[in-house]
Structure formats: structure tokens, C-alpha cells
Ligand binder design. Structure first.
Ligand SMILES: [Fe+2]
Length: 445
């Protein structure tokens, strides 16, 4: 019969756990708090300790720390969303299992079973690629979570910290932020709902088996490398860059689950390195500009990253010798061919029922200009989607900073100066100001 020490200062909760475990034929000892538990642990042997975290006098974490050097016993820690940082410390100190309060009896028994049979500990863990990283900002303004929320304890271990529908205090989220917690994790299916992709993952998972995992992994690895090598511009705010990169990688992982989207990305990838790097760069800089301007929702970032990735997809059918020619050397016909890529991008994406409508609008407007001088529809500012100018700005900027056959990439600050001079009447300055702030370390006033 396994011996269990239950440490909980809430009388009702402690008694409920003890009664239930006694009925299940465990040898249970209650402890009213961690100080009492420390004395009991010093005198008796136990197979498992189940402990609360927050208790007067001595916390569950301090008890775990004491046990580590004085009386090693496997610990199950009862935790919750409000205990995120403490849970991470408990994991680092070797706690075996975590129970997110309130938990079900079956979860309690499963955690005890796993702790007693240590080799089975990781059996129930959802594969790590099922999780998506989401900025903690996403949880700031919402009283209740729409999704189960997890934290990542290690590469193979995630634990659930809050259940769907649970109240999350804003004060707590702000506290985590002040302690440097930047991301929480949600399941991939929930991520697609959060960013309102119309991707039907469960349906698509079946067909996505056609793409080998190896191929996907190579693709995603390559993607990361391209972003790092080509889209990084010296002097840019490092934190914004890493944030945008992480969001883009998450989005791409989700996108790569759909065969149709994956094929599109792969087409860009194989057509030319420049288009691919350009597309990822536009996606990255769009996210960074949006963030700088105060947009804080994953939904906005995801629209922009998808729009960035697919905006030039129409170019995949245009010969690279024309695409690589400097604009002033293009003949009238060649210019028409190049400009046709916008409508062609739109047509291709309209053919994929899962690409949201507003993303298609943003893409259709990426070469429009505020005064109506752009193409293809000569729209003016009042008709733009509210996010279109962000993509326009990121597109102009990426075009200037990336090196191609006929263009030596400018530094970030020089590209901004160039765009400010050449496009002053074509794009609202507020977007350039946001871009400039990303280089506040290197651009003068
Ligand atoms: Fe374009």
C-alpha cells in the first residue's frame, strides 16, 4: 500500500483528498501545512508527497527544496494559473507531477500512478508539436480564458495551468509580465481559433499525412534559417525581431499542416530564394510595425503574417529574368507582366477556400498608394483595409534591405530614409514612424 503525505492548509480540500485516497486504499497522512509536513517527513518515510504551494509559514516549494537535501521523496504539486512562476521553480527542483486546481479525482489517481511508476511519467504527454506559443499579451484583457492554457517546463513537458472558461486575474498576468514571462502555450487547434484561421485542422490532418514529417521539418528548419540570415537587419530592436520571428514560426507550423497552404509556401520556396526571403521578411516586418503601433492581438499578427507570406505568390508564374530586372529597365509589356502578380496572387488565394477574405483584401492592396497612384485598382486610402498600409510599408522596406542581383541591400536606417524621401506622398508617415522606432538605437531624430 503506497504511503502518501497530503499537505494542504485548506481544511475542506485536504479532507476531501485524504478521504478519497483512503477509499482508494492508499495509506494517507494529512499535514495542515508545510511546517507540520516537514516534521512528519523527518520522522516517517513516504512514497509520494502531494502538496499545495501557497501556505503560511513555509511554502510547498520550500518544503520540496528541504526534502531534496534532507529526505528525497517524489512530489506532486497542486498548482494553478496564479502559481505559474512557482510551478516553474517546482519543476526545476524536480517535482514529478502537477495538478491544476481544481482537478478531477481521475487526474489525481493518474498523477499518483505515474509518480509511483516513474518510467511511465511521460506516457500521457501530448506531443510537443501539438502546442503553439502565444504572447502573454493575448491574455491581458480577458477575464476568462477561451482555451486551456499550458506552460512549457521543458522541451518534452508542458503542463496545463488554466482550464477553458477559468477566471484569470489581470493582476496575475501583469505580475508574470513583470517577472519576464513572455509566452504561454495553447493547443494548436486552439491557436487556429485564436487567430481565426479558417484552416480546418482536424480535417486537414488526414490529408497532411501526404507530406512526410521529414519534408515538413526540413522546410520549417530552412524557413527559420532564411528568416535569420536574410531578414535580420542590423540595428533593429532585438526583442521585437525575436518576438516576430517566434510568432511567424508558430504560424508557419500551423499553416504547414494544410496541404494547400504548405504547397503554396513550398512553391515560393522553390521558385526563388529571393521571393521566399522577401515574403518572410514582409511578414516579419509587418508584425513588428503592427506591434510598434500598439496592435496586440494574435489575430492581427496572423493576418499580417499570412498576407506577408502570400502577397507575392502570383510571382511564382513570372519568369525570374523579368522579376530580377530593375524596374526602370522594364519594357511596357514587361511592367504589365510584373504588375499582374497582384491580381494573380488574389486569384490563387481565392481558389483556396480556407484563406480568409480580409487577408485576400490586404494582399490585393499591397501595391496601392494613399493618393490612388498605385496598382492594380488605383484605390485610395479611404478604401484600404485598415492593415493594408502596414503590409505596404513592410513591403517597401523589405524591398530595400534585401540584397538581390541588381540591388545591394541598404541598412535599416538608410532604407527608411530612402522610403521617406521617395514615397512621402504614397504612404502615411505614421507607418514610417513606427518602422523608424524599431531602429531607435541607430536612426537619429
Ligand atoms: Fe508585390
Amino acid at each position: 500500500m503506497a504511503k502518501i503525505l497530503v499537505v494542504e492548509d485548506d481544511d475542506f480540500f485536504r479532507e476531501a483528498i485524504c478521504d478519497y485516497l483512503t477509499n482508494k486504499k492508499f495509506d494517507v497522512t494529512p499535514a495542515l501545512n508545510a511546517l507540520v509536513a516537514r516534521k512528519i517527513l523527518g520522522a516517517q518515510d513516504f512514497d509520494v508527497v502531494i502538496t499545495d504551494i501557497q501556505m503560511p509559514g513555509l511554502t510547498g516549494i520550500e518544503l520540496l527544496e528541504w526534502s531534496k537535501t534532507n529526505k528525497p521523496v517524489p512530489f506532486i504539486v497542486m498548482t494553478g494559473f496564479s502559481m505559474l512562476l512557482e510551478t516553474q521553480s517546482a519543476f526545476e527542483m524536480g517535482a514529478k507531477e502537477f495538478l491544476n486546481k481544481p482537478f478531477k479525482n481521475t487526474e489525481l489517481i493518474a498523477a499518483i500512478d505515474r509518480t509511483l511508476n516513474v518510467h511511465k511519467t511521460f506516457d500521457v504527454i501530448v506531443p510537443t508539436n501539438e502546442y503553439c506559443k502565444v504572447s502573454i499579451e493575448e491574455f491581458v484583457a480577458k477575464p476568462k480564458t477561451d482555451f486551456d492554457i499550458f506552460i512549457k517546463l521543458s522541451d518534452t513537458k508542458y503542463i496545463k495551468l488554466a482550464n477553458q472558461g477559468e477566471e484569470i486575474s489581470q493582476e496575475r498576468v501583469n505580475h508574470f509580465k513583470s517577472k519576464g514571462v513572455k509566452h504561454l502555450y495553447i493547443l494548436k487547434d486552439d491557436f487556429t481559433k485564436l487567430v481565426k484561421f479558417n484552416l480546418k485542422i482536424s480535417e486537414l490532418m488526414k490529408s497532411s499525412q501526404n507530406i512526410s514529417n521529414e519534408k515538413k521539418m526540413n522546410f520549417l528548419k530552412y524557413t527559420g534559417e532564411v528568416i535569420l540570415e536574410k531578414a535580420f537587419v542590423k540595428g533593429i530592436d532585438q526583442e521585437s525581431f525575436i518576438d516576430a520571428q517566434s510568432f511567424l514560426n508558430t504560424t508557419m507550423e500551423v499553416i504547414a499542416d494544410s496541404d494547400e497552404h504548405f504547397d503554396l509556401l513550398n512553391m515560393l520556396n522553390t521558385h526563388s530564394d529571393l521571393i521566399y526571403a522577401h515574403s518572410l521578411g514582409v511578414a516579419m516586418f509587418s508584425i513588428m510595425i503592427a506591434k510598434q503601433m500598439g496592435f496586440a492581438s494574435s489575430s492581427t499578427y496572423s493576418k499580417l503574417s499570412m498576407a506577408g507570406m502570400f502577397h507575392d505568390i502570383g510571382k511564382k508564374e513570372i519568369d525570374s529574368t523579368i522579376l530580377e530586372k530593375p524596374r526602370h529597365l522594364l519594357s511596357f509589356e514587361e511592367r504589365k507582366i510584373v504588375e499582374s502578380h497582384v491580381n494573380r496572387s488574389k486569384e490563387i488565394l481565392l481558389g483556396i477556400r480556407t484563406v480568409p477574405e480580409d487577408i485576400i483584401q490586404i494582399i490585393s492592396e499591397h501595391h496601392e498608394e494613399i493618393g490612388g497612384q498605385g496598382y492594380p485598382a488605383h484605390k485610395s486610402k479611404k478604401d484600404f483595409h485598415p492593415l493594408s498600409q502596414i503590409l505596404q510599408c513592410a513591403n517597401l522596406f523589405t524591398g530595400q534591405v534585401l540584397t538581390s542581383k541588381n540591388h545591394v541591400g541598404l541598412s535599416g536606417p538608410d532604407a527608411i530614409k530612402y522610403i521617406s524621401r521617395m514615397y512621402a506622398d504614397k504612404i502615411d508617415t505614421v507607418f514610417l514612424v513606427a518602422l523608424k522606432k524599431l531602429f531607435s538605437g541607430s536612426v537619429g531624430n
